[in-house]
Design a protein around this ligand. Structure first.
Ligand code: LLP
Length: 432
């Protein structure tokens, strides 16, 4: 096991996932044993990993008027939401489904913000009935709709307007959201008009202003640019006689997939407050909506090698996880580290394309990875805690993976593997 000994013992950016000798460990449990016990493909999360990342935020928030709203879309599994609810976090949801999950997991509706560029009447009604903290409204027409629904229910809708600050977050184009050609938010030039309109709508109460510029952001600069734009608007809007109770500065902080060095939550929050203070706004109530940076590096996707196959051009490792389980490589050409659960000596290492069984050439999980593999080996795809299971589908009628939460030496099954019955439930055949 000479090569195994030279593998990194700790994986930078992945606390609680490390190599002990040849074995990849999730906290105190070897990945290969988890794969054996629960089957593959399998999502595995480290409880300590999630709690440590969450604590980095809560520690930085302490003593500041800062409220944390976990972006449920990153990982919406009930047990994950439950862990965060217990730590006093609120939630950022983007659908009636996510709101339902938060409430089922014991989240407090009064700490929920409802974001999203298109909300149905039913979703608006459900949010108002549940008593959410506010709806982040993204257009003038949505403003009218929220007012109408609130009026029908005899309720007053707390709202915050999402502004598009036209700032480049310097990330993948599919996950940039604050550029003026994106579908998100209200243009800065229309913002004052939108706030003025609120004053004329009887069933709305304006609470704040909201921005979110993108995801997997690894630099502070774009956040500060967005904050500057927000503060200019706050100044104008308040001069128009409207009081803003909070600034929701969105989420988006990146994680280390390869060799990125994103700021820590503490560095991000310090920089935001420094800028606020320098503008005489240090007293402002701020909301943040982090998702990926809370759960991303606390999770792995385990899969098993089905077939090793050489073509004229390449070596393929066909595994039992696919693009329906982890969509990020297919969708964004995302790079996620792939580690063997049990390392070999490396004597037979080759450059493999690690691919799934789905009938698409876009179904790959990693390309050109130097690995020493045999059939039946277990592989771990790292940084899979965020936007992994949450984006999984049933394409090719593949049941979604099971999920396990590791807590020290304990492994809790937090979601069963989907069965064929689960997949067929709700379908109807035509009458004979
Ligand atoms: N708030 C809003 C309004 C958002 O749209 C998002 C993410 C977040 C918060 C959380 O951002 P985070 O802290 O997780 O970066 N599926 C993509 C990421 C899409 C993110 C969309 N919005 C991926 O796998 O990279």
């Amino acid at each position: 096991m000479s090569h195994a000994a030279s593998l990194p013992e700790t994986l930078p950016g992945h606390p609680h996932i490390a190599r002990r000798g040849a074995s990849l460990m999730i906290e105190s449990l070897p990945a290969s044993e988890l794969a054996q016990r629960f089957g593959t493909p399998l999502y595995v999360y480290s409880r300590a990993g999630i709690e440590q990342a969450a604590r980095a935020y809560s520690d930085a928030a302490r003593g500041r008027p800062l409220a944390l709203r976990y972006a449920v879309k990153a990982n919406s599994s009930l047990a994950v939401l439950q862990l965060l609810a217990r730590q006093g976090w609120g939630f950022d949801v983007v659908s009636g489904g996510e709101l339902g999950r938060v409430l089922a997991a014991g989240g407090d509706a009064a700490r929920v913000v409802f974001s999203g560029v298109g909300k149905t009447r039913d979703e608006i009604a459900a949010a108002l009935r549940a008593g959410v903290q506010c709806l982040n409204v993204e257009s003038l027409s949505e403003l009218e709709r929220v007012d109408r629904v609130a009026g029908e229910l005899g309720l007053v809708a707390p709202v915050s307007l999402r502004i598009n600050p036209d700032v480049d977050p310097r990330t993948h184009p599919y996950i940039s959201t604050g550029l003026r050609n994106n579908k998100f938010g209200i243009a800065q030039t229309q913002a004052r008009q939108a706030y003025a309109r609120c004053a004329g709508l009887a069933n709305l109460r304006v609470l704040g202003i909201d921005v979110h510029i993108g995801s997997q952001i690894t630099q502070i600069g774009p956040y500060l640019d967005a904050l500057d734009r927000v503060l200019e608007l706050v100044h104008d809007i308040e001069r128009d006689g409207i009081t803003l109770h909070h600034l929701d500065l969105g989420g988006g902080l990146g994680i280390r997939y390869a060799d990125e060095t994103p700021p820590s939550p503490g560095e991000w929050i310090d920089a935001l407050y420094e800028r606020l203070q320098s503008r005489g706004q240090g007293h402002r109530q701020v909301l943040l909506e982090p998702g990926r940076s809370v759960v991303g590096n606390a999770g792995v996707l385990l899969c098993r090698v089905l077939t090793l196959k050489d073509t004229l051009e390449r070596h393929f490792a066909v595994v039992d996880a696919a693009m329906n389980d982890l969509m990020r490589p297919a969708l964004y050409e995302a790079w996620q580290r792939i580690e063997p659960a049990q390392a070999r000596d490396g004597g037979h290492s080759r450059r493999y394309d690690v691919v799934g069984p789905v009938c698409e050439s876009g179904d790959w999980l990693g390309r050109d990875r130097l690995l020493d593999l045999r059939e039946d080996d277990v592989l771990a795809i790292l940084s899979a805690g965020a936007y992994g299971m949450a984006m999984a589908s049933n394409y090719n009628t593949r049941g979604r993976a099971a999920e396990v939460l590791v807590d020290g030496e304990q492994a809790h099954l937090i979601r069963e593997r989907e069965s064929l019955d689960d997949l067929l439930r709700g379908e109807r055949m035509l009458a004979p």
